[in-house]
Write a protein that binds this ligand. Structure first.
Ligand SMILES: *[C@@H]1O[C@H](CO)[C@@H](O)[C@H](O)[C@H]1NC(C)=O
Ligand SMILES: *[C@@H]1O[C@H](CO)[C@@H](O)[C@H](O)[C@H]1NC(C)=O
Ligand SMILES: *[C@@H]1O[C@H](CO)[C@@H](O)[C@H](O)[C@H]1NC(C)=O
Ligand SMILES: *[C@@H]1O[C@H](CO)[C@@H](O)[C@H](O)[C@H]1NC(C)=O
Ligand SMILES: *[C@@H]1O[C@H](CO)[C@@H](O)[C@H](O)[C@H]1NC(C)=O
Ligand SMILES: *[C@@H]1O[C@H](CO)[C@@H](O)[C@H](O)[C@H]1NC(C)=O
Ligand SMILES: *[C@@H]1O[C@H](CO)[C@@H](O)[C@H](O)[C@H]1NC(C)=O
Ligand SMILES: *[C@@H]1O[C@H](CO)[C@@H](O)[C@H](O)[C@H]1NC(C)=O
Ligand SMILES: *[C@@H]1O[C@H](CO)[C@@H](O)[C@H](O)[C@H]1NC(C)=O
Length: 757
């Protein structure tokens, strides 16, 4: 559509008569402000910000656009241009005796009116004297990249240099395509890279992105994404916003932002798009995002109103450096004759001159170029390329080979002052001409973050750290997200956002395994006690008498202890339970095996004496008691020595497994433990040998067979236990140990008392 219109306009304007002078067919575009002069500077600004596009038909002359809603900031740019022109006009050093004129057109913030504006600028409407078709020597403008590009397409043909104060698109640095383009605002190439550096600086590796769907946004974001990926930053989503786009499109983009997990949003938007976006963001109540803005809106006063303060407080972004232009305020006040300076508006408030200063610099650059041209000849474009001067404010101004100025930015942070108004605090700066590591520097002011927080928000990719490491922001020269190892007793959570205490493992009564083992232990103990009761009840019967009642009671008692001592292995290990565990186990089993040993020896001795069984107990009872007591005492002695010199103690084992702590009883002295075990083994071996010797005795003594058998079971169980015990610590090993104890206890119980019914 714009192409068709452009052709219509061009043909309309340049259908010159064969009359040697220019003549316009159709309505000429009238400048908004103009003044005659020896040299004329053109200007194109978005004085109005809203445009109604007329219907375009092939068969009718297109109607002109209707622009509305005056933009006071842009109007200040225009007045700054006029101020600079007047200053130079008054100057006796720069362009003396040369009067400077101007022509200012409205580009309405859109490409279509911009093309009409440029036609007006390059055509000498008033110049009917037949001197020249072109009436301006140089054009200052426009305020957007897209308009500037559209204007370049035309003004470039006529080799009219153009200096933009606000077109930041990196695409305009292409000297092949735009050989007559200059600007006083740094290219987005630098801004995008600076933004990537900023995001990296604060350790954000997971960001969302939104951009204007035009040259400014698309090019800026493309450079940002490229620079960001070099810095190791991931972009979660990249959405577009267009001022003229459909409502659904905008709603969809904001929905994506709302659903995203990145808490940092990089917004490469022009002011118009920012307006549209903020309305929708407000409607969908998207709060808590950390905005990183582009220079187009990051210093726009009108966005910093209360309505948006909940969303935008804490925003960070790069802005063009502030400057002071002496005399400008008085000049502006003359334009807007306000009696009361307190009622200043955006137009007359000169406290934050950023882009206005770019306009001012552009006019001075033109003046210097014209000055040199008048002295040395050549053309304006060539002289512009070579200017290098110092502004009255002390700032050095020159263009590089692409027509770009030196890239320096201020880092601006949106903070609330004591009355709750948003102010733009300068918290750092970026200078592209510095060394890489030195480009971004902070000035140690407190930054206010999103949600008015004083802490840097976290926005990181989740799968960066290894297990056991967590994302951590460190500060050393710059903030960086690093994986830091969790403290000893901590482990990283699922998304590595923090360290959480490790799970502590031990065999507890509350879990099934512990409960089942405890139940078996109590069962065995009860069973043993029941048998004990039956023995007591029938203690006067010959059968019980024959089975050596005193020893049997002691054996049943020791077996009860054996069952019960497995309970000390269940539950959280404490100092006492650790000391009790192995010693209780050692003594109970020693007592138990001693009884069996005594029993066996009695049997063997009875056989050797060749005397009837019935008479055995009476004579050998003291010997039995002594031997049982003696054998057990040795074990008690070993245990006492163990407890005195190196008692077992509870220990948190963090070495064996990463993600959990094993709470275990350390033996204190492994030698003592093995001595206890070996002693039980030794007693069992003796038992086995004696029982083996006695196995062929007559029926009355066939207990010996069962003793042999029980000792075999006992040994087998404990031999299978050892490998499990040595290999891996943890609750399963304890369970195996308990199992071995219970199994051998049950084995003894059933083998020795099998016929007691
Ligand atoms: C243009 O000039 C030619 C001869 O040079 C003449 O014949 C013609 O009438 C002129 N056209 C107009 C519109 O004056
Ligand atoms: C040529 O221009 C003069 C004014 O400069 C005008 O009077 C005259 O009518 C023009 N001639 C044609 C053919 O348009
Ligand atoms: C420039 O100065 C001349 C007189 O020297 C004056 O006529 C003209 O209006 C001035 N132009 C501007 C833009 O101030
Ligand atoms: C230019 O000079 C005129 C008259 O000398 C003065 O009124 C005006 O303020 C000056 N303008 C600037 C911008 O200095
Ligand atoms: C400017 O004009 C004045 C007189 O009109 C003259 O005296 C002066 O030399 C001129 N300056 C320059 C630099 O031409
Ligand atoms: C917006 O969201 C915030 C929390 O996210 C909540 O406190 C507030 O009430 C919401 N406002 C509206 C208008 O839904
Ligand atoms: C101009 O704007 C600044 C903030 O940018 C504000 O602090 C100051 O009060 C304003 N000045 C006037 C006179 O309104
Ligand atoms: C501009 O001039 C200054 C001295 O006035 C010089 O230091 C600087 O290098 C010059 N810059 C360029 C790009 O020529
Ligand atoms: C990580 O997960 C925890 C819950 O496990 C959650 O509270 C936290 O917000 C998550 N953090 C991030 C950055 O996703």
């Amino acid at each position: 559509m714009s192409i068709i219109l452009l052709l219509v306009v061009i043909v309309g304007f340049f259908k010159a008569e064969n009359n040697s002078t220019c003549k316009i067919i159709g309505n000429p575009e009238v400048p908004i402000l103009s003044k005659e002069g020896d040299v004329t500077i053109g200007g194109a600004f978005s004085i109005y910000s809203q445009i109604s596009i007329p219907s375009l038909s092939k068969y009718e002359t297109p109607e002109s656009f209707r622009c509305s809603r005056i933009n006071l900031r842009e109007f200040r740019f225009v007045q700054t241009m006029l101020f600079a022109i007047e200053e130079i006009n008054n100057s006796s050093i720069l362009l003396p005796n040369v009067s400077i004129g101007y022509k200012v057109f409205d580009s309405c913030g859109s490409t279509l009116p911009s093309t009409r504006a440029v036609m007006g600028l390059i055509d000498g409407v008033e110049n009917t004297g037949g001197k020249s078709c072109s009436s301006v020597h140089v054009i200052i403008g426009a305020s957007e990249s897209s308009s500037t590009i559209a204007m370049q397409q035309i003004s470039g043909i006529f080799q009219i240099p153009m200096i933009s104060h606000f077109a930041t698109c990196a695409c305009l640095s292409n000297r092949k395509e735009y050989p007559f383009f200059f600007r006083t605002i740094p290219s987005d190439y630098y801004q995008s890279r600076a933004m990537a550096k900023l995001v990296k600086h604060f350790g954000w590796t997971w960001v969302g992105a939104i951009r204007s769907d035009n040259d400014y946004g698309n090019n800026g974001m493309a450079t940002f994404i490229e620079a960001a990926s070099q810095e190791g930053i991931c972009v979660e989503y990249s959405e577009t916003i267009s001022r003229t786009g459909s409502r659904e499109h905008i709603e969809k983009a904001v929905r994506v932002i709302r659903r995203g997990t990145a808490s940092v949003l990089v917004a490469f938007l022009a002011q118009g798009e920012m307006d549209v976006l903020l309305e929708e963001v407000l409607r969908q109540n998207v709060t808590g995002l950390q905005w990183v803005g582009s220079e187009s809106w990051i210093t726009a006063k009108y966005l910093a109103k209360k309505r948006y303060s909940g969303i935008l407080t804490g925003s960070l972004g790069f802005a063009i450096r502030k400057a002071k232009i002496p005399g400008l305020q008085e000049f502006l006040l003359k334009v807007n004759p306000s009696k009361d300076p307190q009622s200043n508006n955006e137009f007359t408030n000169v406290s934050e001159l950023r882009i206005s200063n770019n306009v001012y610099k552009a006019v001075y650059a033109v003046a210097h170029a014209l000055h040199r041209m008048l002295i040395c000849g050549s053309n304006v474009a060539k002289q512009l390329q070579n200017v290098n001067f110092t502004l009255p404010s002390g700032e050095q101004m020159y263009f590089d080979e692409n027509g770009d100025p030196a890239a320096t930015y201020e880092l601006v942070n949106w903070q609330k002052n004591h009355v709750g108004d948003i102010v733009f605090m300068t918290v750092g700066k970026y200078d592209a001409s510095q060394q890489n590591w030195n480009q971004l520097s902070m000035n140690n002011l407190q930054i206010i973050w999103a949600k008015e927080s004083l802490e840097i928000p976290l926005s990181v990719c989740s799968e960066n750290c290894l297990p056991g490491f967590r994302q951590q922001n460190t500060y050393f020269f710059f903030y960086s997200a690093e994986c830091s190892q969790c403290p000893l007793e901590y482990w990283s959570n699922a998304n590595h956002s923090k360290c959480v205490p490790k799970v502590i493992e031990f065999l507890s009564y509350k879990e099934t395994m512990g409960a089942v083992l405890a139940a078996f232990s109590l069962c065995g103990a009860s069973l043993t006690l029941i048998i004990l009761c039956i023995f007591l009840w029938f203690r006067h019967t010959p059968l019980v008498k024959a089975s050596n009642s005193e020893l049997s009671f002691l054996l049943l008692f020791s077996l009860t202890l054996c069952f019960l001592c497995s309970l000390t292995f269940i539950g959280r290990p404490t100092e006492w339970s650790c000391m009790l565990r192995h010693t209780a186990f050692g003594i109970a089993f020693a007592l138990c095996i001693s009884c069996i040993l005594a029993k066996t020896i009695t049997v063997v001795m009875a056989f050797k004496a060749k005397r009837p069984a019935k008479t055995i107990p009476q004579c050998s009872a003291p010997l039995q008691r002594t031997s049982v007591l003696g054998c057990t005492l040795i074990q008690v002695l070993i245990c006492v020595i163990w407890l005195v010199f190196a008692p077992p103690f509870p220990h948190k084992n963090t070495v064996y497994a990463n993600e959990k702590i094993i709470l275990e009883c350390v033996l204190g002295s492994p030698i003592a433990f093995w001595v206890v075990m070996a002693y039980i083994g030794f007693l069992a071996l003796l038992c086995f040998i004696f029982a083996f010797l006695a196995r062929k005795l007559p029926d009355n003594f066939n207990e010996a067979k069962f003793i042999t058998f029980s000792m075999l079971i006992f040994s087998a169980v404990w031999l299978t236990f050892i490998p499990a015990y040595v290999s891996s610590p943890g609750k399963f090993t304890v369970a195996v140990e308990i199992f071995a104890m219970l199994a051998s206890s049950f084995g003894l119980l059933f083998c020795i008392f099998h016929k007691t019914q």
